[in-house]
Design a protein around this ligand. Structure first.
Ligand code: LLP
Length: 382
């Protein structure tokens, strides 16, 4: 990894964002999605850092929010409210009111009780709000079970056999306007065939709606495009060209239907790195532990999903040795990697944990009363 600046004087751990890479990634997203007139909403949950959000906003991208606070933040940093979608299986009344008051583009709804509450709150405000139904297409995304969301056994979405009941109820709810259908089947999906399967299923559902006399104006396909955690240097921009192309060649749209995406990880993951320092190298039984000053409080993905992040020692050119890289938190799950080869590590070596821009800083906690890690940006350091 190439950090141009002298970072030795910055206290670790900290997040370091490569702003050039973020902008190049956004250029590619814009170029490839525009070819087909697709609308992209950035999934704020992946990284809600203000500076990152402002950069993304400048690409005329919408926002995908999953809480009232994300909606407020999106508007504060300048996303247009008419490009905000609001998802989530458990929207609270307060959050729904925030969304209604801000006249967002669309609620992605997941159950009849939720539709009823949105209708009631919209009626109190004398407004008609746009909703899309989040449908469960029962497609296996071939990803980690904790980030799989489109199977019938998951808590998300409305199952296909319930569509008639839901549509009947919606016809009675006068403050809702059904304007679309929504899908999100999982995250970190690297098998592009999954998107083909989703497209084919969406086509079926689309004709089912058409037979009922409904043409959903907006088809939202969610997010999920995976990134290369193994080779962040070589593959630092996901293959957006192939991603949008596969949808374009498989989706059968009816006239005037518009397509939307909610991309999170693929936009921000590779521009972020967690920078940490070696505190101690400890000999264990048949093992060597590199104990660093970052832990699951800064990046919880390995502890939570056994996720792999590429790790580099930026200070050492020595021969490689085998290590477990672990954090200082009082939990055995507080590790970043097991049995990996790294150039010989010694105290104060600087270690970069790569591909940490998505679901990294935003999922940090102050467990053990630790300080929150600060963020630094390639265009601000000299
Ligand atoms: N839309 C909806 C409805 C979602 O639930 C998500 C992510 C996205 C869009 C964005 O998906 P992406 O493009 O980032 O894959 N913390 C986990 C990932 C959780 C994803 C939750 N939903 C991780 O660190 O891998």
């Amino acid at each position: 990894m190439n950090i141009k600046q002298n970072i030795n004087n910055i206290s670790t751990p900290f997040y370091y964002y490569d702003i050039d890479l973020l902008k190049t990634t956004l250029d590619v997203v814009f170029k490839e999605s525009s070819k087909y007139g697709y609308n992209v909403h950035y999934a704020i949950k992946a990284n809600a850092n203000t500076k990152i959000l402002k950069i993304i906003r400048d690409y005329n991208i919408g926002a995908d929010c999953v809480s009232g606070n994300e909606i407020t933040k999106a508007i504060e940093v300048g996303f247009n409210s008419d490009k905000i979608v609001f998802a989530g299986v458990g929207k609270s009344d307060k959050e729904i009111i925030t969304a209604i008051d801000n006249n967002i583009f669309c609620f992605n709804c997941e159950s009849v009780p939720e539709l009823e509450i949105i209708n009631k709150l919209a009626a109190q405000k004398e407004k008609i709000v746009h909703i899309a139904l989040r449908l469960n297409p029962n497609i296996d995304p071939h990803t980690h079970k904790y980030i799989t969301t489109g199977l019938e056994e998951n808590k998300f979405g409305i199952n296909l056999w319930d569509i008639d009941t839901v549509l009947n109820r919606i016809s009675e709810l006068k403050n809702l306007k059904l304007c679309g259908i929504h899908f999100h089947i999982g995250s970190q999906i690297t098998d592009l065939n999954v998107y083909k399967n989703l497209s084919l299923k969406v086509n079926e559902i689309n004709s089912l709606f058409q037979k009922k006399g409904i043409v959903p104006e907006h088809i939202n396909l969610g997010g999920g495009l995976g990134i290369d955690y193994d080779n962040p240097g070589k593959n630092n921009i996901p293959d957006f060209k192939a991603y949008f192309e596969i949808y374009n060649s498989n989706l059968k749209l009816l006239p005037n239907q518009k397509v939307h995406f909610e991309l999170g990880r693929s936009i921000v993951a590779q521009c972020g790195n967690l920078i940490t320092k070696v505190l101690y190298v400890k000999e264990g039984l048949n093992k060597k532990f590199v104990i660093v000053d970052a832990g699951m409080t800064e990046l919880i993905r390995s502890a939570l999903y056994n996720a792999h992040h590429s790790i580099e020692n930026l200070s050492s050119n020595y021969d490689k040795e085998k290590y477990d890289v672990v954090g200082p938190i009082c939990e055995s799950s507080d590790f970043f990697a097991k049995d990996i080869m790294l150039p010989k590590c010694t105290r104060n070596d600087i270690i970069a944990i790569r591909s940490a821009g998505a679901y990294g800083q935003v999922m940090s906690s102050q467990y053990n009363l630790r300080d929150l890690a600060k963020a630094y940006y390639s265009d601000e350091l000299d």
